[in-house]
Every structure is written in C-alpha cells, then in structure tokens.
Design a protein around this ligand. Structure first.
Ligand SMILES: Cc1ncc(COP(=O)(O)O)c(C=O)c1O
Length: 386
C-alpha cells in the first residue's frame, strides 16, 4: 500500500510541526518545578513559558489582558466552564443547530433540570447562521449566546462580528466555540464584541491534547466552578477571585502549555492567514474533485469563502461508515465518519438517515498529491455500485 494519508485534522491535527515535538521534549526534560509554587530559577523558565503563552494566545484572540487567558483541559472543559459559570436559574440561552455536543450536552442537562431555556437557531442551506435570526431569538432574559465559530461537520465560518454587536446591544453575553478556528481564522474578541472564547490546543493551535482554555473579556461575570490549590494566597480559605487563578486550580498541564507555546511560535512564523490560504487551496481542489464524481454528494461546500478546510460528503447508496472503512483498509486514508458529535447538523441536513457523513479535513502538512489520491479513491468506491 502507498503511504498513509491523514485527512482527519478537524479531529486533531497530525502531524504537529517538528518544532512542537522538539520543544516539548527539550522543555520537559530540562525544566523542573511547578509554576507559581517554586522560587527556583528552573521554575522561572516555566513561569516565563506559561506567561508568554497566555500573552500570545490573548493576542491571537484579540484580547487585551493575558491574565484573562486561562487554561483547562480542552474545549469541552472550557465550554462546561462557560455554561456552568455564566448561567443561573431562569436564564435563557441562544445557540444554534451547528453546535458540537460539548455545547449541546451541558445546555441540555440544564434544560432538563428546568434551570434554563434554550433556543436553537437554524442554519441555511449553505451552512450559515443568520445574525438576524440570532437577534430575533434574543429575549429580555437572554444571558448568553453560544455560537460555534466554524462547524466541524461542514466547515462554514459564522459572522461573529454581526452576532457580537447584536448581543452587545441586547445586553447578552457572547461566547464563541473556537475549537475549529483558533489558529486558523481571525478572532478579534474586542472588535467583534466577544465576551468569552473557548479553545482547544490540539487542533489549529498545533499543540498536544489535554490543554485548552477560555479567554474571558473584561467585566464578564464568570463564576469559578472548581476550587483548590493555586500556589498563591495560600492562607485564604476561599479560592482567589483574580484571573487567571479564578478559573484554574491545581498544577497546570505544563507540558501541554509548552506545546501550545511552540505551536504559537510556529504559527507566527508561518502566518495564520498563509497556513489557512494554503489549506483552502487544497480544499477547493478536493471539493471540485469530489463534486465531479457521479454519486457523490457534498454538504454546504459551495466555495472556499467563509470556510475552513473541512468537507463532508456521502456516496449515494453507501453508509458513511462503510466508505470510511474501505478508505482506511484499502487506501490507507484516515478520515472520520458518522455524526461528528454534532447530531443536530445531521438532522437538519437529513444525513442522520445514513448515519452521518464522511469527513475529509485538511491540515498544514497535506499535499496536492494526497488530495488527488483521496479523490481517486472515492471515485473508485462510487463506481462499485454505479
Ligand atoms: C466545534 C467543536 N467544539 C468542541 C469540540 C471539543 O473539543 P475537545 O474534544 O478538544 O474538547 C470539538 C472537537 O472536535 C469541535 O470540533
């Protein structure tokens, strides 16, 4: 078999830049200590890497206070922090049919408990949520609007600025799930009136798994949901209210932060827009190739504008999982099939009936040749029943 092809970058980017692996190894094997808990100079380097990473990510998200860039496990953890830390009984929340289960499930549990009401705004045939629909869904008691910046199923990028301004006017807080866009598409928290950004480290940010976080804007009343050791103000009975400690407890995933640090340096050197433009050129080639195959249906893939490099499709007459299994076994192509943790997207597209879609998602290290091979493989599968 030819070299394997990795087309599952929306699940997690692979490979990471060589610099990320190297830095993590060097850093963890030469630095001992626990940030904020040791006065030694070795810990000093750790603290420097942590604070530099907060600073770089804060800049990436268009924030202005790096202390408000707090780390946690991943985007699911970050979104739980937002849902649990922002909402109170009697609140109304606006979200969309594009959301991932890491938004849907925390909200559903609150809905089930009778604590909050949730409105789910639909998306149009091209995969976009209309800011006017979000605006129309806002109520007097809407505390939070929670929006997936880019769908992990169809890759459409939502208009944050317009939604943000509508929220600001209505007095609702605006939180963005940037799992698919952090390090990929511009996010300007201040300029787009975003109050909270949830991110994960292992996708576009090029870091490892096990690290993510929340950026919280000035004046946003988020409550801590966990309490414990912070290494500072240890004589106090209660958890510190200041950021970043407010939303962090226990020893940080320092190795994860180191990976994010190296990922940021790499992204800065490449230029986020350059990496994205390159991926989208490949995506467009793949889109045209797939759309030229008889019996292949693509979803919300009209053009590269307003998209990330994610492409969902089906081969008529096939279940998505079977196509994925053949791609894996016969062609060495790694992709994802199924509902991609976003069941409401499939209900809206009608793809729940064939158990989801096949998803190809590109990363910085895919090549034209790989795209051509993937398209040819799908064409062969489509021809079997043709
Ligand atoms: C849109 C979206 N939100 C949230 C998540 C959850 O990210 P994590 O698994 O890192 O918590 C994902 C991961 O696929 C995602 O694509």
């Amino acid at each position: 078999m030819q070299d394997p092809i990795y087309l599952d970058n929306a699940a997690t980017t692979y490979p990471k830049p060589r610099e990320v692996y190297d830095f993590m190894h060097e850093f963890y094997s030469t630095c001992g200590g626990n940030p904020d808990r040791t006065g030694r100079s070795m810990a000093g380097r750790m603290e420097q890497v942590v604070s530099q990473t907060r600073k770089m990510l804060c800049e990436l998200f268009g924030g202005d206070d790096p202390r408000r860039l707090t780390f946690c496990l991943n985007a699911s953890d970050a979104l739980n922090q937002i849902v649990q830390g922002m909402l109170a009984s009697g609140d109304h929340v606006v979200t969309t049919l594009l959301e991932h289960n890491s938004v849907l499930r925390p909200l559903y549990h609150k809905e089930q408990a009778g604590e909050v009401e949730v409105t789910y705004v639909p998306f149009d045939d091209a995969g976009f949520v209309s800011p006017a629909d979000v605006k129309a869904a806002l109520r007097e008691n809407t505390k939070l609007v929670l929006l997936n910046h880019a769908s992990n199923v169809v890759g459409t990028v939502q208009p944050l600025g317009e939604v943000g301004r509508a929220c600001r006017e209505a007095g609702a807080y605006f939180a963005v799930d940037a799992s698919q866009t952090a390090g990929v598409v511009e996010i300007d928290a201040k300029g787009m009136c975003i109050d909270l950004v949830a991110f994960t480290g292992h996708k576009g940010l090029m870091g490892p798994t096990g690290i993510g976080g929340v950026y919280t804007g000035e004046g946003v009343p988020i409550r801590a949901t966990r309490f414990g050791g912070t290494g500072v103000q240890s004589g106090r009975r209660t958890h510190p209210e200041e950021f970043p400690y407010r939303l962090e407890c226990g020893t940080l995933n320092i190795l994860g932060v180191a990976g994010l640090y190296a990922g940021q340096l790499w992204l800065r050197e490449q230029g986020v827009a350059n990496v994205h433009a390159r991926e989208m050129a490949l995506w467009d080639r793949m889109r045209r190739g797939l759309q030229g195959i008889e019996g292949v249906v693509t979803y919300c893939a009209d053009g590269a504008e307003g998209h990330t490099a994610v492409l969902s499709f089906n081969v008529l007459g096939w279940e998505a999982a079977d196509v994925g299994a053949i791609l894996d076994a016969n062609y060495g192509i790694a992709c994802r099939t199924g509902l991609h943790c976003a069941p409401l997207v499939h209900r809206r597209l009608g793809t729940d009936e064939v158990f989801g879609t096949v998803r190809f998602s590109l990363g910085p290290f895919n090549t034209e040749e790989q795209v051509e091979r993937a398209v040819a493989a799908v064409a062969e599968i489509a021809a079997i029943k043709g």
